[in-house]
Design a protein around this ligand. Structure first.
Ligand SMILES: C[S@@+](CC[C@H](N)C(=O)[O-])C[C@H]1O[C@@H](n2cnc3c(N)ncnc32)[C@H](O)[C@@H]1O
Length: 260
């Protein structure tokens, strides 16, 4: 898709999807199909930089995580690595950390990881809980959460504006949101990165996962995702103040922040 079309994009559109409902169905099926190898692929394809991005995002919100009894939701949590990073950053404070995703298979992996970690640390700290839910229609009341995050999930929503409105709805006034997602770096690094992202990554991803499709969808979905300025405009329109974008690793990824 060309640059000029980005402004009218409403959300993710995997190949073959004809409307928002079929796009969401295709996205869920895709993540369900790669769930068994998702963590391995993530770390291999990002050269482990993903861990740094999750940690950095969690650190950004340490002031919220330190609040006693803070309610924290990690949307599109997948196998839970962003959620665990938030829990780790909270340290001795005890926020209620919840991870939500609409792929049952991804949540099963998150649950298994929780059990393994709890058994290892046994320090009595609260562990994340998991809920199967669609980010576009969340089963939570208005003004409920102090912090809502999403790592590499928001880009997959079938309607970005509806996703932002839903986050704004469930955040309490003064609550914050952090959306971590891929970007497109510019210059010489950008060209190199695009070659890796479009030519190498889909091949390696398909080889390791054994599933054709999802790793071709990834670069296409990043290309389709709004540019930072456009995304910030959408955030403001959805009711977020102090909307900002911080590039991570030369803009390969970046964190959008906003306050309700
Ligand atoms: C690329 S994974 C990211 C997982 C995790 N946050 C991470 O950083 O590794 C995207 C996740 O978003 C989930 N997802 C996509 N659209 C969703 C929606 N509408 N509602 C809930 N989850 C969704 C997928 O099921 C998938 O687990």
């Amino acid at each position: 898709m060309g640059e000029s079309n980005k402004a009218i994009v409403v959300g993710a559109s995997p190949e073959g999807a004809s409307d928002q409902r079929s796009a969401a169905r295709a996205v869920r099926a895709m993540f369900t199909s790669i769930a068994p190898r998702y963590d391995l692929l993530n770390h291999v394809l990002s050269f482990n930089v993903d861990r740094m991005w999750w940690r950095r995002t969690a650190r950004t919100f340490r002031h919220m995580l330190a609040r006693p009894g803070a309610r924290v939701l990690d949307l599109c949590c997948g196998t839970g690595d962003m959620t665990f990073a938030l829990r780790r950053q909270a340290g001795k404070s005890s926020p209620q950390v919840l991870g939500a995703d609409f792929s049952h298979a991804m949540l099963q992996r998150a649950t298994a990881k929780t059990a393994a970690r709890a058994a290892k640390t046994a320090n009595g700290r609260s562990v994340p809980r998991w809920i199967e839910a669609d980010a576009l229609s969340l089963p939570f009341p208005n003004d409920h959460f102090d912090l809502v995050t999403s790592a590499f999930g928001f880009r997959n929503l079938a309607d970005y504006d509806a996703g932002l409105r839903e986050i704004a709805r469930i955040l309490r006034p003064g609550g914050e949101c952090g959306i971590l997602d891929f970007g497109e770096p510019e210059g010489a690094l950008g060209s190199l990165y695009r070659f890796y992202f479009k030519q190498v990554l889909p091949r390696v991803g398909t080889m390791i996962s054994g599933v054709r499709g999802p790793y071709a969808y990834l670069p296409a979905s990043v290309e389709r995702f709004p540019e930072p300025e456009e995304m910030l405009t959408r955030m403001r329109r959805a009711g977020f103040a102090q909307a900002s974008w911080t590039p991570y690793t030369f803009g390969i990824a970046g964190l959008y922040r906003g306050k309700k």
